[in-house]
Design a protein around this ligand. Structure first.
Ligand SMILES: Cc1cc2nc3c(=O)[nH]c(=O)nc-3n(C[C@H](O)[C@H](O)[C@H](O)COP(=O)(O)O)c2cc1C
Length: 349
């Protein structure tokens, strides 16, 4: 009997059966013992909700804005490399689904579809940046993202080196030579994301590079991969306009603190000066409520859209977001919240 796809976990199981095992391992894995990956999820499970009753929830809205952009729900597509490992239409299918779901897509530097092509879908699109040792290539990538109409740049700050992805060796993952990275050109531009992380990304990145980036673009810069309040505050001093609390899906430093646990400290440190987003382990509508109750403006999802893509392309990604939006709406009713503004810190312990 075919599996019923009732929630995001069902999509995860179904994708695992459908995908090429080595590619699946690349998507699913964390690092070392997978403790950071698994605790990101477990941290949401540890939190408990304190619902309010008798608040007339006959009409509920999940609408919000993120940096001024209206979204149907407080969810975004986190940047993830190589969507074509899941589906031949890759990031294009994801983009069309984002448009249908009314959510912002963040395109990875390491996407298999060019930023210009993805932007032509006409939905709100942000661009995630890895800074290369060769700054000229990075400047070109930034200029292309800006010219294509991306609304923000997301500088990933948690990859000083690739994490210890032992599972890739075990699964025999060797990149995908048939795929391409069309957002940049240069030596060895095709195929292997792991190779690029080791040889192309700049491990010498420091706060002065945030200043450098700000001098090269008129787009707002978000910092992705912050897990401490002090780093968030330094980021704002260097001109960042938004903070993304993330442990890269537990793919970088094992035993890193769960993002939803780091969130309150970061929210306190920025003290209303910018919006804060969080990702890592968001799988249920109640997780979204918990993240918002702890001060996030919205959440981002990394793996679930990839599972949707692997199962049913554009329709699968759209369904993942519709399921989560429906769960959020239901959770809001159970908690006595008519709008996202009704979700406050008192809701969660
Ligand atoms: C397969 C895969 C590829 C990723 N590639 C990138 C990337 O290119 N840039 C980046 O900033 N984060 C990348 N991430 C991290 C995600 O943006 C996000 O932080 C993480 O997946 C959130 O956790 P979740 O998968 O539990 O939702 C990737 C994650 C996965 C699973």
């Amino acid at each position: 009997m075919p599996r019923q796809l009732l929630n995001l976990f069902d999509y995860e199981l179904e994708a695992a059966e459908r995908m090429e095992p080595a590619y699946h391992a690349y998507y699913a894995g964390g690092v070392a013992e997978n403790l950071a990956r698994d605790d990101s999820r477990a941290a949401f499970e540890r939190l408990r909700l304190r619902p309010r009753v008798l608040r007339d929830v006959s009409s509920v809205s999940t609408e919000c804005t993120v940096m001024g952009t209206r979204c149907d729900s407080p969810m975004m597509i986190a940047p993830a490399a190589m969507h074509k490992l899941a589906h031949p239409e890759g990031e294009m299918a994801t983009a069309r689904a984002a448009k249908r779901a009314g959510v912002i897509q963040i395109l990875s530097t390491m996407s298999n579809s060019a930023v210009e092509e993805v932007a032509a879908v006409g939905h709100p699109l942000w661009f995630q940046l890895y800074v290369f040792r060769d700054r000229a290539i990075s400047e070109d990538v930034v200029a292309r993202a800006e010219a294509a109409g991306c609304q923000a740049l997301v500088l990933t700050v948690d990859v000083p080196a690739l994490g210890l992805r032992e599972n890739l060796a075990r699964a025999g993952f060797e990149g995908a030579p048939h795929l391409d990275f069309p957002n940049f050109s240069g030596p060895g531009a095709g195929g292997d994301v792991v190779h690029h992380a080791a040889h192309t990304f700049d491990p010498g990145l420091s706060w002065k590079d945030v200043d450098w980036l700000a001098s090269k673009t008129r787009l707002p810069i978000w910092l992705k991969g912050i897990l401490r309040g002090d780093d968030a505050a330094i980021g704002l001093e260097h001109g960042a306009k938004g903070i993304m609390v993330s442990s890269h899906g537990g793919r970088q430093l094992d035993t890193a603190i769960a993002p939803v646990d780091a969130l309150p400290e970061v929210v306190e440190a920025v003290d209303g000066r910018c919006e804060v987003l969080v990702d890592g382990g968001v799988r249920r509508g109640t997780d979204v409520i918990k993240a918002l109750a702890r001060g996030a403006r919205a959440v981002m999802l990394g793996r679930p859209p990839l599972w949707g893509l692997a199962v049913d392309g554009e329709d699968g990604v759209a369904d993942v977001f519709e399921k989560l939006r429906f769960e959020l709406e239901n959770g809001m009713m159970q908690c006595g919240c008519r709008t996202l503004k009704d979700i406050g810190p008192d809701l969660v312990v």
